[in-house]
Write a protein that binds this ligand. Structure first.
Ligand code: BG6
Length: 486
């Protein structure tokens, strides 16, 4: 793909994630020789002003290992341009067309990092101007829609102008190294598969905890909430990969065929079940990492009486032969005690201990796949502590080879941008997956709308409302951090 056009080019996501990812792909010679980058937005600025902003974004966010090479930055800026575009102004698209190379080999990747309300106007204009023919591809950011119905309408409209294989619905969690490693772990090894089911697994926990609050996105966030922002997409994508059946091969559609079956098998809650199996919370003032932080109500752009959730915990169930009866505990929240994204597979306890109860912690075997802050895969087993007598302790077999590898780590946005440029749809979400995810979310959202009592508050810097612990305690389970003997 030669030309990369970024709608929402002056926005927060562009600044923090997309431009740095693009720059990294450029520096590592992963873009085509005739690559160029056009930022598009409504603001009336020129190329020079846009380049200044791009440079600032690269300097602030691009390099974790020191300042970026100034020569490379200048080379990247020389290929960077700006187009003032209002999604509803046909003439703006006419000028964009003039700036684009539209031959077959020079196909364009359009990235819509805007609100979903203008996806269709943009795609309609691109289509009217003949810009999505041939090899053109369109990446659309989440959240795609607000519920099952609006997502369906957006998908239908997108397909009026584009073929399904031109649509790249991005979920950046799918670009994380460990998510792909999970596929390798599950389907390139023999020993896990016989254990990967209701017979041997007690429960599965998927937790994405963030320390940040809503930052500069108060207004957007308040209209979205954690259920739409994180559960509908990132958490459910992780569920589908953990729970899917082995696909027939590693082609995008074979994998997505299996993922969608999991999403369809998720048990849809009745309103009564929603109140028993979900917890929602909102942070109030507290301290994160020892520093005081304000409560959600005082964040810029958030109304003082907002009832939007910043924390969600759910006890989900998958109705199929592999998983019937195995709770999938899902949790996400802002302003939590630490930043971590983890999948924990808790295996069942041994049937009987010949060592008695007093020989150390008896927490069962577990496989912990950590996506961040560090990537790791650890299988916790029991072993004897060295010394006299038998005392058991938890020992982690570390399955991660990352440290041993010299390969450059590719950030999720860069990986996904490159995949879209190379036409690989494996790590993008298909329309049926998206619909199935929304159909599971809708009953929860609707029940919450009708329940004015359910929102709990939690102190910023904690692990969320106590009700989230109770959700697991009812089944004799606990979140990872609640175990004394980890
Ligand atoms: C985004 C959400 O999709 O993911 C944000 O909109 C959230 O609210 C972010 O902060 C988390 O991503 P990561 O990769 O930092 O865990």
């Amino acid at each position: 793909m030669a030309t990369f056009v970024l709608f929402g080019g002056t926005g927060d996501l562009a600044k923090r994630k997309i431009i740095p990812a693009l720059f990294s792909a450029f520096v590592n010679c992963r873009v085509d020789k005739d690559f160029s980058f056009i930022g598009a937005a409504r603001e009336k600025i020129d190329d020079a002003e846009f380049r200044k902003r791009v440079e600032a974004s690269i300097t602030t966010y691009a390099s974790k290992d020191g300042a970026p090479d100034p020569e490379k930055v200048q080379a990247f800026l020389a290929l960077t341009f700006y187009a003032k575009i209002d999604a509803r102004e046909a003439t703006d698209f006419e000028s964009l067309k003039q700036r684009l190379h539209t031959s077959e080999t020079n196909a364009t990747l359009f990235y819509l990092a805007t609100g979903p309300d203008i996806f269709i106007p943009i795609v309609e204009q691109l289509s009217k101007h003949g810009l999505v023919e041939g090899n053109a591809r369109v990446v659309v950011e989440k959240p795609l829609g607000r519920d099952a119905q609006s997502a369906k309408e957006i998908n239908q409209s997108l397909r009026c102008y584009l073929k399904e294989n031109q649509i790249y619905r991005i979920d950046h969690y799918l670009g994380k190294e460990m998510v792909q490693n999970l596929l390798a772990l599950r389907f390139a090894n023999l020993f896990l598969e016989p254990l990967w089911n209701r017979k041997w697994i007690q429960d599965v926990q998927i937790s994405i905890a963030e320390q940040v609050g809503v930052e500069t996105r108060g207004d957007f966030y308040d209209h979205t909430g954690a259920l739409r922002d994180m559960v509908q997409n990132h958490l459910l994508q992780l569920v589908s990969i953990v729970a899917m059946e082995p696909p027939v091969n590693a082609n995008p559609d074979a994998i997505r065929d299996e993922k969608v079956k999991v999403l369809r098998a998720l048990h849809k809650f009745t309103p009564e079940e929603v109140s028993k199996k979900t917890v929602r919370g909102q942070y109030r003032a507290g301290a994160v990492d020892g520093k005081p932080v304000i409560g959600y109500h005082n964040e810029a752009g958030v109304p003082g009486n907002s009832r939007t959730e910043t924390f969600v915990a759910i006890r989900a169930e998958i109705n199929n032969w592999r998983w019937a009866g195995v709770p999938f505990y899902l949790r996400t929240g802002k302003r939590m005690a630490s930043r971590s994204a983890e999948i924990t597979i808790n295996f069942k306890p041994i049937p009987y201990s010949i060592f008695g109860q007093s020989q150390g912690p008896m927490r069962s075997n577990r496989l912990v796949i950590s996506l961040q802050p560090e990537e790791s895969v650890e299988l916790f087993m029991k072993a004897k502590e060295p010394g006299e007598g038998i005392r058991l302790s938890d020992v982690a077999l570390n399955l991660d080879f990352a440290e041993a590898s010299n390969q450059r780590r590719v950030e999720s946005y860069e990986r996904l941008l490159l995949d879209a440029m190379h036409g690989d749809l494996t790590l993008f979400v298909r329309d049926d997956e998206l619909s199935a995810a929304w159909e599971w979310i809708d009953p929860i959202m609707n029940a919450w709308k009708n329940d004015s009592e359910g929102l709990k508050s939690y102190i910023a810097g904690s692990w969320g409302p106590a009700a989230a612990s109770y959700l697991l305690a009812q089944n004799g389970a606990a979140w990872g951090e609640e175990f004394v003997d980890n």
